[in-house]
Design a protein around this ligand. Structure first.
Ligand code: FAD
Length: 488
């Protein structure tokens, strides 16, 4: 059932699982585990609707490239699914097989580990059973670009779609206005003993559970770990280490403009880098969308989103696009937008500030930073696309100068896909969670969401993070059954 912690703060004395955050990850995990017969608390900091009071707790400082962390997340029931756009593309086997450049390894598990959860994750976001991820067009002749394949969720709003299940699934207590403000680690047992929950008057209480899962999104998952004095004292977390490091986004780069050859169909063309491209250029992956100006998509519905889009419009050079329209009036003119992989790098990070929010949790600084390897990816994708369009006589591509000249500052904006801040690895030397999503050095603290991504590919993160959440539900179910069996 859904209860308001602000009105009623009587919790059970103990839960099998405590999940912090009721976005897509937390809701999916909570419903699965409760359906398997476990007692589950989901603590959601926001209410049923957007409120400035809750959203203000997301305020952060920014020192790197602008990530819009305040606007690109929503802090209420359903989380950021309240304004996600619903674009779904699964990871592929090569995302898990190829290590990124630099000193950090890629995924410690093969893609098959999550591929088996794809049908269930598709159903959760209302994609038709068995549907193929569709290509809108053919690829390019050189073999470096395949047609992009994706499906659009309606998009599923998790709070609305799963309201009845959250109310009626036995064993599940979802408290709204229930904020996690501390994690209490017990070094003697190696276990997280409790989380500290707070209402908006700063009344705090400890909640005991056998297992705990952070599902608060990539920035907050790292923030919760960094904010815990007991985890810091035990050496599980260090302020400048891997927790919060490797913050990744998908790069929204305006590659340039094009004039389509007359007589060609005016529909948008969407390509995706092939494995051959990645191998040939030792570069990351990317989606490329060549669309006539009338087809450039936007999304959003709340005041916060409008603000986000205003900022985005400036960064994406909307003014220059308007100038472009004024200059060219032939029907084939368009722009080339992208969603490009960012490789993990430790300079791109969330770090703790001394300043606290209204509930006494330390605020964070977001330093979103790219590496030379990312500039290489952008340059290779842009140059190869322009070359192939010329070779195939599709039209003329004019690349922006910052694409091919890496000495010119890049113009880019984020896609609101935050990943990597508690990355998965085979050891604590390279990551924060193990292949079961358990925080290294703890016995019972897990992470759900795209913060566990070791690399982000160029696939939209939500459906894959649901695949991981379903896998984590199975792992916790098996583990708790084994513990119950051992007790006889
Ligand atoms: C405009 C926009 C468009 C997008 N479009 C797409 C798309 O097309 N495809 C795609 O794959 N992805 C898209 N995304 C990204 C997608 O929304 C996220 O990947 C997804 O919502 C992440 O789910 P999550 O459950 O991990 O985190 P969130 O959705 O962020 O949920 C986290 C939850 O935790 C709660 N919480 C936070 N802190 C606390 C605390 N201390 N105590 C208790 N609760 C807390 C929050 O209130 C929230 O409910 C888009 C995002 C934006 C902003």
């Amino acid at each position: 059932m859904i209860l308001d912690y602000q009105q009623q703060n009587t919790l059970r004395q103990h839960y099998d699982v405590c999940i912090i955050g009721a976005g897509p990850a937390g809701i999916t995990l909570g419903l699965r585990l409760a359906a398997a017969g476990w007692s589950v608390l989901v603590a959601e900091g926001g209410g049923r609707e957007y409120s400035a009071l809750s959203q203000a707790l997301y305020a952060c400082q920014s020192s790197g490239l602008e990530l819009y962390p305040q606007e690109a997340r929503l802090r209420y029931l359903g989380g950021t699914s309240n304004h996600w756009a619903g674009r779904c593309r699964p990871f592929s086997a090569s995302d898990f097989a190829i290590a990124p450049p630099g000193n950090l390894p890629g995924w410690p598990i093969p893609y098959a580990e999550i591929a088996r959860y794809l049908p269930a994750a598709m159903a959760i976001v209302d994609l038709p059973p068995g549907a193929d991820f569709q290509a809108l067009n053919s690829g390019l002749d050189g073999g470096e670009f395949e047609p992009d394949r994706f499906l659009l969720s309606p998009p599923t709003r998790f709070a609305q779609k799963y309201a009845t299940a959250l109310e009626q699934t036995p064993g599940l207590d979802l408290f709204i206005h229930c904020n996690c403000v501390d994690l209490e680690f017990d070094p003697a047992s190696g276990r997280l003993a409790a989380v500290v929950l707070s209402d908006y008057q700063r009344n705090r209480q400890r909640l005991l559970a056998s297992n705990f899962v952070l599902a608060t999104g990539a920035i907050e998952n790292a923030r919760q770990l960094l904010n815990s004095q007991s985890l810091l004292s035990a050496g599980i977390v260090s302020r400048d280490g891997l927790v919060g490091g490797c913050l990744m986004e998908h790069l929204n780069i305006d590659l340039g403009t094009f004039i389509l050859k007359s007589g060609l169909a005016p529909e948008p063309r969407e390509y995706y880098t092939s494995d051959a491209f990645v191998d040939e250029y030792k570069a990351g992956k990317g989606n490329v969308r060549a669309a006539l100006l009338a087809d450039v998509q936007t999304y959003g519905r709340t005041a916060e989103v409008k603000h986000f889009l205003e900022n985005l419009a400036c960064d994406m050079g909307v003014a220059s696009k308007i100038a472009f329209v004024a200059k060219f009036s032939c029907p084939g003119d368009g722009v080339i937008s992208t969603m490009i992989e960012q490789f993990p790098n430790l300079h791109s990070r969330i770090s703790l500030l001394d300043e606290q929010d209204a509930l006494g949790v330390a605020k964070v600084n977001v330093n979103w930073a790219l590496s030379a390897d990312d500039r290489h990816t952008i340059k290779c994708i842009g140059s190869e696309l322009a070359r192939q369009w010329a070779d195939m006589n599709l039209g003329f591509v004019k690349l922006n100068d910052f694409v091919y000249d890496t000495s010119i500052p890049l113009k880019l904006s984020p896609h609101a896909h935050h990943m990597g801040t508690t990355r998965m690895a085979s050891s604590a030397q390279f990551g924060v969670v193990d292949s079961d999503c358990k925080v290294f050095g703890t016995e019972n603290l897990y992470i759900a969401g795209s913060s566990i991504f070791a690399t982000g590919g160029a696939s939209n993160p939500t459906m894959p993070l649901l695949q991981f959440a379903l896998r984590l539900a199975d792992h916790l179910d098996a583990r708790m059954n084994a513990a119950r069996g051992a007790l006889g």
